[in-house]
Design a protein around this ligand. Structure first.
Ligand SMILES: Nc1ncnc2c1ncn2[C@@H]1O[C@H](COP(=O)(O)OP(=O)(O)OP(=O)(O)O)[C@@H](O)[C@H]1O
Ligand SMILES: [Mg+2]
Length: 527
């Protein structure tokens, strides 16, 4: 299955053949001895007719180098000849790579012939100089309500989707690709690092079906690849992105799933190379390695690279060194919460932990800014009230607080959205919502215009006007995850036809002490 890594690397060799021999092979770590000329750091060595590729990471003494294999090392033995290719790892760039899928060596992995008319460039490049960088603060609309309202993305910025296992990072990333790619004129590059091969294949098929492949390039080093390959595949994708930015002067959208796997691959490489681990077993050079990648994702006067990166958060612990390190590079951090996911409130964005540097009045405008602040305040107050509700029950709250609870719960539900990416298994058609509609909806909820509507009418809808159809039309199709707290005594027929509807945060409801009220209060606490 594996093809000879980067044949072109051998062709582009400039220096005369420099042969050495293998001294030792320990898993992915290969030591080699060169008697005449010691290969420099990052040189690519080939063994077994180019089937095995090794990147030099250290010079041990005047004649020996230590490298990490980018391919499996099966069959490599002590004494085998190794050849210094005289260059570094290279990938193809040019218009010929559009609509294609590559591995870390730049080999096409879409069962089509290798792209013609391409230039090979080394993946190790310096970030653009400070003087060449540009900053414009512009919003990048995604059509996803919760993101556009509370954590707007920056055009030419870096956004991270943080979350533990299975909270919806890949789904959200796929949805963003779907929403943005059709309306963009630029190039999109998808880089799969250390995730499932299945996901890469599915994405390729989806993009092909959607007809957006002609402006897309995919690069994969998935979880079946050796650590060296996963460690370098991000650089391969970046090199392609830089080509389109610097040579073609186009805007690039760089999508990475998952940047944590890059850090993890670095950790494996570091361990294999015998470096002492740092905090929590991470490599001592994690910060340098990550900034080596992140700093290359920059905007220059010729073009911009907008990047969206999924970041796996080990054990849902946002203080994990890998997550902390990544946070500091991003202009928007979207944190996904397991609690919201378990309540079925998708996209499971943690509304209070997520943040964006774009959410300032100078950039989004006064109305949007004040509205976002008001939403956050309402949700934060509800968060504070949850303990009291759990202990004393909802009816013990002051009427004003009960109004806050009703608003917050309606906001939470309005900020859910059916996705195109999940149409197959949710059965609800995906919706794209404009920023104006999202803001209007939130504003009207905050003005209590929907206080008489059942909460479920706001769940999984697009623009706010759909709530009317849902509340007055047919009975609620789908019971809400915690519908035992849905408003009771609601004037809307939908609520009365919902047998699960219990007492809820209905400000106008009589505060009658009933056993089921206790139950509802416990439900409102949400674990
Ligand atoms: N918007 C959504 N609507 C409905 N279901 C969703 C949504 N987002 C995520 N899910 C559910 O969560 C599951 C896991 O999502 P996803 O694969 O995106 O997680 P992940 O964060 O990428 O996980 P991993 O870290 O394992 O890659 C999905 O298969 C789906 O069932
Ligand atoms: Mg995933």
């Amino acid at each position: 299955m594996r093809m000879a890594p980067a044949k072109a690397n051998m062709e582009s060799r400039t220096s005369p053949s420099n042969l050495g021999s293998v001294v030792s092979v320990r898993g992915s770590v290969v030591d080699a001895r060169f008697n005449s000329h010691l290969p420099p750091i990052y040189s690519l060595l080939h063994a077994k007719d180019g089937r095995i590729a090794v990147e030099v990471l250290a010079q041990l003494d005047a004649h020996c180098v230590r490298g990490i294999a980018l391919t499996p090392t099966e069959g490599l033995a002590r004494g085998n000849p190794v050849e210094d290719t005289g260059g570094q790892l290279k990938v193809p760039v040019g218009n010929g790579i559009l609509s294609r899928m590559f591995d870390v060596f730049g080999n096409a992995i879409d069962r089509q012939p290798a792209p013609a008319d391409v230039e090979w460039r080394t993946v190790h490049r310096a970030p653009p100089a400070l003087a060449r960088r540009s900053t414009k603060s512009e919003i990048f609309e995604t059509g996803i309500k919760v993101i556009d309202v509370l954590v707007p993305l920056e055009r030419g910025g870096k956004a991270g989707l943080f979350g533990g296992a299975g909270v919806g990072k890949t789904v959200l990333l796929t949805e963003m690709i779907h929403n943005m790619i059709e309306h963009r004129k630029g190039v999109s590059i998808f880089c799969g690092i250390g995730e499932r091969c299945r996901e890469g294949e599915e994405l390729y098929r989806d993009m092909k079906a959607a007809g957006v492949l002609p402006n897309m390039v995919m690069v994969f080093g998935q979880m079946n690849e050796p650590p060296g390959s996963r460690f370098r595949v991000g650089l391969a994708a970046l090199t392609m992105a830089e080509y389109f930015r610097d040579d073609e002067h186009r805007d690039v959208l760089l999508l990475i799933d998952n940047i944590f796997r890059f850090i993890q691959a670095g950790m494996e490489v570091s361990g294999l190379m015998g470096q002492m681990p740092s905090r929590l077993g991470y490599q001592p050079t994690m910060g340098t390695e990550l900034s080596g990648v992140e700093e290359r994702i920059a905007n220059t006067d010729t073009g911009a690279i907008t990047s969206i990166q999924a970041v796996y958060v080990p054990a849902d612990d946002l203080t994990d060194p890998a997550a902390v390190q990544t946070f500091s590079h991003l202009s928007t951090s979207i944190v996904l919460s397991r609690k919201r996911a378990s309540e079925g409130l998708f996209p499971a964005v943690d509304l209070l932990q997520s943040s964006s540097k774009m959410a300032t009045p100078g950039i989004v405008g006064d109305r949007h800014y004040l509205l976002a602040q008001e939403i956050r305040r309402t949700l934060a107050q509800y968060e504070d009230l949850k303990d009291i509700i759990a202990m004393l029950g909802l009816e013990q709250l002051a009427p004003e607080d009960r109004k806050v609870v009703a608003r917050a719960r309606r906001l939470e539900r309005f900020l859910t959205q059916p996705f195109f990416a999940t149409e197959q298994f949710s059965g609800i058609k995906g919706k794209l919502v404009s920023l104006k509609d999202s803001l209007d909806g939130c504003e009207r909820i905050l003005r209590d215009e929907f206080k008489d509507y059942p909460e479920s009418a706001l769940y999984m809808i697009g623009a706010i006007d759909e709530a009317k159809g849902k509340a007055t039309g047919k009975p609620a199709v789908k019971a809400e995850p915690d519908s035992n707290t849905a408003a009771k005594g609601d004037p809307q027929p939908a609520a009365s036809s919902n047998p699960k509807a219990g007492a809820g945060p209905q400000p106008s409801a009589e505060p009658k002490p009933k056993p089921e009220v206790e139950h509802a209060a416990a439900g409102a606490h949400e674990s």
